[in-house]
Design a protein around this ligand. Structure first.
Ligand SMILES: Cc1cc2nc3c(=O)[nH]c(=O)nc-3n(C[C@H](O)[C@H](O)[C@H](O)COP(=O)(O)OP(=O)(O)OC[C@H]3O[C@@H](n4cnc5c(N)ncnc54)[C@H](O)[C@@H]3O)c2cc1C
Length: 280
């Protein structure tokens, strides 16, 4: 089915009021990380909402539409002497897609990631109404920081339309210090982050399947067929690519309950990205 590409936030909201399930896409580059199937859902692709709304280096703030490519954002920031310290292991995609996936990246140990950088969001709710959370300042009031719930939510709770980000003065941070192994192929990947004390054992277990190891965040990426697993360690997490419903398995009962509660509150009719978190 041909994707619908809203050209404005109003068009996005209108599209969401139409009946039926929607599959949200930035540029679609992380399709191989999906758990759910897009069959039967209408694809709404955000890459037409790509405006850089405001750059405010004096206050270390950028406001950008979610469908803007990361490259476009970095180029714009460069013109005002700023950057976002994000160095993806592979690919790039859109701002909204990257924050919704919240995958590991090479500068994370030194400079944090999306949960540190997102100050505020404008979100199109599944009923087509707009909601705003956060603001241009680093939050310092009591209560939940709702914007953070959308980081890593994989489009399950609402459609991010606009993002307020914290930016950093250049010079661009040094390139990530990653140990490189086998080239990252298009095939299945095993991505694992352990506690520091288990990192060496995990890395050794990957053997010659290791593609890269980030000693700053104790994260490894290995080329591993879907019917194989590497050893697990207390407190670790694993994501897979190219393995369908094994791509993201939420193991903690408490976390599963919390995610289901959040879904029931934000998207009670299950309109957005059905099945993206598998059987919770
Ligand atoms: C180990 C590893 C391997 C990688 N492999 C690849 C690769 O092979 N190719 C590649 O290009 N990138 C790859 N990446 C990078 C990563 O997949 C993308 O950079 C990032 O996910 C953004 O892509 P996108 O904009 O195309 O998002 P999409 O792939 O379109 O979407 C990603 C997720 O976010 C949701 N989403 C997107 N936009 C929004 C929004 N505005 N609001 C709410 N939800 C939204 C989608 O529903 C989906 O669940 C890899 C990263 C790592 C760490």
């Amino acid at each position: 089915m041909v994707a619908f590409r809203p050209g404005s936030v109003g068009e996005l909201c209108e599209a969401l009021t139409e009946p039926g399930a929607c599959w949200i896409e930035g540029s679609g580059s992380s399709a191989s990380f999906r758990v759910g199937s897009t069959a039967g859902a209408r694809t709404v692709r955000l890459d037409g909402l790509s405006e850089i709304v405001d750059l405010d280096p004096a206050n270390q703030v950028a406001v950008v539409q979610a469908g803007a490519s990361l490259q476009k954002l970095q180029t714009a920031l460069e013109t005002v002497g700023h950057c976002l310290p994000y160095d993806p292991y592979l690919g790039a995609g859109t701002v909204g897609g990257a924050l919704s996936m919240n995958l590991p990246h090479g500068l994370e140990a030194k400079h944090g990631s999306w949960r540190d950088w997102v100050l505020g969001l404008t979100v199109a709710r599944p009923d087509g109404k707009l909601a705003r959370c956060g603001s241009r300042v680093v939050k310092n009031v009591a209560g939940y920081d709702v914007a953070k719930m959308f980081v890593g939510a994989r489009g399950w709770l609402g459609v991010v339309a606009e993002v307020i980000l914290r930016t950093f003065p250049r010079p661009h941070p040094p390139a990530a210090c990653l140990e490189q192994g086998a080239p990252l192929s298009a095939g299945p990947l095993w991505i694992q982050r352990t506690l520091p004390q288990d990192a060496i054992a995990a890395r050794e277990a990957a053997g010659d399947r290791l593609c890269l190891f980030d000693p700053g965040t104790f994260t490894l990426v290995a080329a591993l067929p879907c019917d194989e697993s590497l050893p697990r360690f207390d407190g670790d997490w694993v994501l897979r690519r190219g393995c369908g419903n094994q791509n993201a398995v939420v193991e903690e009962a408490m976390q599963r309950r919390l995610m289901l509660r959040a879904k029931a509150i934000f998207d009670p009719d299950g309109k957005l990205n059905p099945g993206e978190w598998g059987e919770l």
